[in-house]
Write a protein that binds this ligand. Structure first.
Ligand SMILES: Nc1ncnc2c1ncn2[C@@H]1O[C@H](COP(=O)(O)OP(=O)(O)OP(=O)(O)O)[C@@H](O)[C@H]1O
Ligand SMILES: [Zn+2]
Length: 637
């Protein structure tokens, strides 16, 4: 259960990992001594010399660690129990048992440390997917330089079949790129001039000239790796609880073993027998497997998620993912592409071009996706919007401005109801469009409505399957949107979403998330992370989509999906459930072993060597089981 940080960088075969190598050598020396003595070649005094050589060699690493922990952190670690047990066995004259303990404990700890370090470091392998060299274009000439020397602003060339050395923006050329190292999405993405591209993506077709936007060390792949490694160190609730428990339990075991010596001595019971039991208790009650039960599972889960483009920012969030009861989706940009287009224009007064001109003039200064779509529609039709002034955005409702000194509004029907406008003549029209899942905005002023524009946003291709997948897991689904109820319900019906909360202002989304939590339990909120950060923060877990290249989204969320891929939502939930299940199995299993071994030790039914063997075997089993949390049943993806 040791987690010393000096094991991070080890590269090489497991049997050369120093703690493991030393333990194995110690085991070999002890075994030779034991064999020679038992075949009658050695007297007992000489046999012990082998054990006395083996014990310091095999025990050096963890003894030092235990003493460091005791002095620096004032903490009685499991190593202290093992030091006491080794010393106790020696005092009882059981040097062979002591050597067996040192070997088995050292070998198991070494294996486990090595596996754990490897699990944490495995995400590093992603970095090897980015080439070590780049073809830089300077003064019209190509030269090959080490990728590490690339700076932002350099232009580099990538031929078909090659991988990108760092992040950048395409200057010339068109191609489709496999971005799976960064986004986890296997389908190639078409890219052209002006578009962002990421390190380690593979250029499938045309040659590209790319302007670097980040040095090699700061590219998105390095950032992801860094984030995942940090997250693997961040402990969840279960792990914190176990560690707190261990800090009290381990000294209690030591105290219990001392009592097993003192009490029989005071009561004049046979001392040799009870001191052997005291030594056994130290080993049998050591909570190694328990302490290892969650960290391996969490590190494996977070690491494997990272490789699939799912950044989970700590063990706590992976745990949360395992208990999610409902998933709330933001509508625009999450379930839909967030790129609405104008589908209908109806003028109630004047002509259609006049109406669209006014609409575009009003929307000219707005950043809203609806506004951009309306301006674009006018441009396409060659309509020049008149100048507008005194522009004002009405959050969650629309926009107002003046044209030729006259006040105008554009926005949702509620806005006009609040202005006191009678909508009776347009009601039926509006309702029919909304039933088709379209968003209707009206154009007019206090005097009346001049017309309407309907817009539609394309649903994401995988939205429906994702919702069905969530329902199959027994998870409820909800949609939160600022759009009106009728449009929202029409979209929800198409997708099969259970629960719709519409007409929400950004701050009302927070309240809606809290309501969902009351109603269903733990809620995962999925949004784009840019304008729904408060709702993401309010949920049990907040997940931002399409985070590749947008640091704000990665910042805002507990979990960031690098790609715009809704299927990853289900995948993340699967990983969370698996990590939780595996870590719960490990906890139950290790407690079970303790409850069997402690009475057996107290009864004196075991040898030290056998106890250590069972103990270490159970710990390694917990580690191996923990690794399963990273191995995906990806069949659902
Ligand atoms: N610039 C605008 N022009 C026209 N209508 C607008 C504008 N801004 C907001 N609205 C109206 O207000 C409604 C709510 O807007 P809001 O930005 O809160 O949410 P949304 O973009 O529709 O959806 P979501 O909450 O799912 O992201 C819109 O559906 C639209 O009817
Ligand atoms: Zn969380």
């Amino acid at each position: 259960m040791t987690e010393s940080s000096d094991d991070h960088g080890f590269e090489g075969p497991w049997w050369l990992y120093p703690p493991l190598r030393n333990a194995l050598l110690a085991g070999l020396i002890a075994a030779v001594g034991f064999a020679l003595a038992h075949l009658g070649f050695l007297p007992e005094r000489i046999e012990n010399i082998f054990y006395w050589l083996a014990i310091p060699l095999g025990g050096w690493h963890w003894t030092r660690e235990g003493i460091e922990k005791l002095i620096e952190d004032k903490e009685v670690g499991i190593e202290i129990l093992m030091i006491a047990a080794t010393a106790g066995s020696g005092i009882l004259g059981l040097w062979d048992e002591a050597a067996a303990l040192v070997f088995l404990y050292g070998a198991a700890e070494g294996t486990e440390e090595y596996t754990y370090a490897r699990t944490r470091a495995s995400i590093r392998a992603l970095l090897d997917l980015a080439p070590k060299e780049a073809r830089v274009l300077r003064d019209g000439k190509e030269s090959t330089v080490p990728a590490e020397s690339l700076k932002a602003g350099d232009i580099f060339v990538v031929r078909p079949g090659e991988a990108l050395p760092t992040d950048g923006v395409i200057r010339s050329g068109n191609s489709s790129l496999d971005e799976s190292p960064v986004t986890g999405e296997s389908a190639p993405v078409d890219k052209g001039p002006g578009m962002k591209v990421f390190a380690a993506s593979i250029n499938k077709q045309g040659a590209l000239e790319i302007e670097a936007t980040a040095a090699f060390a700061d590219n998105s792949l390095s950032k992801i790796i860094h984030l995942v490694e940090e997250a693997q160190e961040r402990k969840g609730k279960a792990q914190q609880w176990i560690e707190r428990f261990g800090r009290r339990y381990t000294p209690a075991v030591l105290a219990g073993s001392v009592l097993l010596l003192v009490v029989p001595w005071l009561m004049n019971l046979p001392l040799a027998e009870w001191s052997a039991r005291a030594v056994l208790l130290l080993v049998a009650a050591a909570p190694c497997a328990l302490i290892m039960s969650t960290p391996v599972a969490m590190a494996a889960g977070i690491g494997s998620a990272g490789k699939r483009g799912i950044l989970i920012k700590g063990g706590a969030h992976l745990e949360h993912l395992g208990v999610i009861r409902a998933v709330a989706f933001d509508k625009t940009g999450t379930l839909t592409h967030g790129e609405p287009v104008v589908t209908d224009i109806a003028a109630l007064k004047g002509s259609e071009p006049e109406l669209l001109a006014v609409a575009a003039a009003l929307e000219h200064f707005s950043e809203h996706p609806l506004a951009r779509a309306i301006v674009e529609e006018a441009r396409k039709r060659g309509i020049a919007p008149p100048p507008a002034e005194a522009f004002e955005a009405l959050t969650g409702a629309g926009v107002k401005a003046r044209i030729d000194g006259k006040p105008w509004h554009i926005g949702n029907p509620d806005l006009f109801v609040r202005l006191g406008v009678d909508l009776a003549s347009a009601r039926e029209r509006i309702g029919a469009l909304q039933e088709q899942g379209k968003t209707v905005v009206l154009i007019g002023n206090e005097a009346g409505v001049h017309g309407l524009v309907a817009l539609q946003d394309r649903l994401r291709a995988d939205a429906k399957a994702t919702i069905a997948g969530l329902h199959a897991l027994g998870i409820r689904t909800a949609m939160l949107t600022g759009d009106n109820a009728r449009t929202a319900h029409a979209v929800a019906r198409l997708l099969g979403i259970d629960d719709v909360r519409a007409g929400l202002k950004p701050d009302e989304k927070v309240a809606a998330v809290q309501q969902l939590q009351k109603q269903y339990g733990a809620v995962l909120m999925v949004g784009d992370g840019v304008n729904d950060a408060p709702a993401l923060a309010a949920a049990t877990c907040g997940m931002a989509m399409g985070a590749a290249g947008t640091d704000a989204a990665i910042e805002a969320a507990d979990i960031a999906l690098m790609a715009d891929d809704l299927a990853k939502v289900t995948e993340a939930l699967h990983l969370g459930r698996k990590a939780r299940r595996v870590s719960a199995q490990n906890i139950v299993f290790s407690i079970l072993i303790l409850t069997v071994m402690i009475p057996l030790a107290l009864g004196g039914f075991l040898s030290v060597a056998l106890t250590v063997l069972v103990h270490e075997a159970s710990e390694l089993l917990a580690v191996v089981n923990g690794l399963r949390a990273g191995r995906g049943s990806t069949s659902h993806a």
